[in-house]
Design a protein around this ligand. Sequence first.
Ligand SMILES: [Zn+2]
Length: 321
Amino acid sequence: MSSFVGLPSHPVVVSPQDPLNPLPDNLTESKTVSVWYRGQRTRLTPEDYVESALRAAPDVLVAPCDGQTPRDCSEKRLMKSAARSIEYLDVCLRLMEEKHSGRKTKTTMLLGAVEGGRSRRWRRWSAEKTAERAGELDGFLLDGFFLAEEDEEDLSAVAGLIRDGVAPVLPADKPRMLLGPCSPLAVVELVTAGVDLFDSSFAVSAAEKGHALTFPLTQDQSSSPGLWIDLNESSLYKNDFSPPLKDCACPCCQRHTRAYVCHLLATGELLGSVLLAAHNLHHWFAFFDHLRRSIREGGGDLQQMRERLREAASTNREEDH
Ligand SMILES: [Zn+2]
């Protein structure tokens, strides 16, 4: 699959939900897993989900789960989501066992989903029940948080819940993944709380909005123009012949200007968001290189990184007002 889409060195992850698209509420049913893509869904039994996902031979498979737990849903809904996800996980484990019996190595890593929304009680319950099956799992998905963009209070509540209620229960030697757009500040907070793996949906989502990511990676870049610049703003950028981000080595910044991308966006050319995705993903991966290096060196500069990102976010907020 990864060769087919031209990304042979990248892992393929299959999960029930499209991290880039918010889900409608209250559509969960008791016997099927809703698999979502671009606002539409297909209902699959847990057995059919696993069977069809394994046909794509993904590197990582998220076990079938019920993670449709928006921020305002009830305790009763959270209880059902957690219980149903464990039920589905057991179906999945049985099927995986049948698939892999007699083989020496598994080709697909399996992640168990920890649900429970923002309820300390159900998060803990779900983490404990999923951890009981850790011997058969390769890692965990911390699912169903629906982080609100730019809500620092909510972010610190979620980070606290993961740090105190979930991370201590899960085995330390298996990775924990969180899917969906997370701002760079959210990534730093969540890494500190115990999350290991993220996707790149923030970078792609920014490109689709016409934003070029410009947040600072190092102290030298602390005078950055904010987390991003909005290249839809033709009054600001139509005559700006500098690259989207100074000193960026990506193919977009090496060859094109803010003015050109701004023109592509204004005329509705698909190339505009394609070029921005190339830049944003390059910047996003560079950010993760910095994070990995910082963690290897003991995480001493994470606090400075957090401050730089907060400052960049406030620049964007001031521009909005
Ligand atoms: Zn670039």
